[in-house]
Design a protein around this ligand. Sequence first.
Ligand SMILES: Nc1ncnc2c1ncn2[C@@H]1O[C@H](COP(=O)(O)OP(=O)(O)OP(=O)(O)O)[C@@H](O)[C@H]1O
Length: 584
Amino acid sequence: MAHTFGVDLRGIIDLLSHHLYSSPRVYARELLQNAVDAITARRALHPDAPGEVVIEPIDSGTGGTLRITDTGIGLTEREVHDLLSTLGRTSKRDELGFARQGFLGQFGVGLLSAFLVAERIRLVSRSAKGGPAVRWTADSAGNYEVETLDEEVAVGTTLELVPHRDSEHWLEREVVRALVAEYGELLPYRVTVAGEVLTSEALPWLDDPLGYGARVLGVQPFDAIPVEVPTVGLTGVAYVLPRGVHPGARQSHRVYLKRMLVGDSIEGLLPEWAYFIRCVVDSSSLRPTASRESLYQDETLLAVREELGRQVRDWLVRLDATDPDRTAALLDAHHLGIKSLARVDDEMLRLVERWLPFETTDGAQSLRLFKRKHGTISFVPDVDEFRQLAPVAHAQGMGLLNAGYAYDVEIMDRLVALDGPAAARRVAPGEVLAALGDPEPEVERALRDRLALAKDVLERHDCEAVPRDFDPGSLPALLVTNVEGERKRDVEQAGEQADPLWAELLGSLVSAESDASQRLVLNCRNPLVRRLAGLHDSALVELTVESLYVHALLQARRPMRPKDTAALNRSFLELLDRAVGGHA
Ligand SMILES: Nc1ncnc2c1ncn2[C@@H]1O[C@H](COP(=O)(O)OP(=O)(O)OP(=O)(O)O)[C@@H](O)[C@H]1O
């Protein structure tokens, strides 16, 4: 024998309120949606039929209930049984189950959301198709009654909510007004709450996009880009945010579907690189999820995301052609997103090349200018390494660029792929050091003798001391990582690219016998280092070498390990002690 499923309405309401909808506030949207759909359905039959939704909240003299009246198509007695009293039944899908064009609803559960705030609902309706008016009364336990009415009732529907004892505030004027304005501000029919009209005919961003953007975003946007995707009936504005958005910030776009708000922190509408854009759009055919609080992630949304990304990108390229100053300001404010795009988009790469300032030995400069001056972009892929090498490279007249920030190295690689190997070249630290001159032989000999006295100190810090002669003379020492493998690799790489003479020079820097992990390159041009070469007090030699090591370590902005901090304290205090005469 066949049976039909029973449904426990309380269980379903619990499911809706705790698991589908994020808050009882959605009741306002669902009822508004039904009213609007009913008017749309009636207008399909009678294009001149009135289209108005009137909402009377609790405090406007309705005796403790909220009423929402529409001039829509209404319901016959049969439809009341069939559509209102059957879960999941809807008039907004066709025979094949596809959502009918033009309707907001589609699932056949929205009306139940009234039970999130009401213990009983009453509906009086008269159908535009004829027949007497009907009254339907239902409670949240799943009981309902239907009766036909003799009295004269206008075509349309009035729904009345009797609130739960603890839900009255959801039906009060201020809350209702705020909810209806939020969800329904753009609806195509007139909606009033307690006599106040809350809808406007035209889309508000058309007249004054920047002003609307400032209101919605809370800040004055940098610019407003009109966007359009006709295949999904989408129109709107992509707002370029001013400085201050973090690349990791969640995307949050304001999305309307058929002019009803879905939400104002909708994700996934733009590619990730466009984190500095906030859209406000209305679409007639993107799909909402069942809660109607986000967009369904399907192929269509993917295509829309790509298309909107393309429109933003085209705008950027156009801006570059027409307003270079603004382009520079924009790139400066959002360089991370634009750099990330430049890795895969050559036009963006050219923009970055032209406008984005990079840190170089010649100061902040665009890649294009730097390349023009030095012929190739010699870069270091690490910020600390750059800081360490920059003064030395600069003093030798060697141009060096800091490519140590996010996406920089990939951008260099892309430039090489497009413009050939001469476009950009990674410079190994050894290469910069190889350009340093040899010291005068007597100074070097004397210094090496003294360094032998400081052997223990150098060993303690796993350090090999290398005397060299370089500018700036004010810099006494440089600390360079000297991991054996890295060193060999650097030399081999540079050897491949450089001329034989240079390769030989590089080779001479790699002493086979030392496997210390760092090199302390002492500058024989520096007066302090020269004086070190003439010292006889071995304790003072040790103290000076350790102080130079700590100073170079600080200069290189390397993290201090406990033994480095101990060395810093020791050398500082001992120097102080000597300075105030402790060793006199
Ligand atoms: N104000 C109204 N006027 C006329 N018919 C209505 C009204 N409200 C509801 N209905 C009818 O009741 C049906 C069920 O409504 P309900 O809100 O539960 O679901 P829906 O609007 O079809 O879909 P969704 O769950 O996506 O909102 C609707 O399809 C519609 O036929």
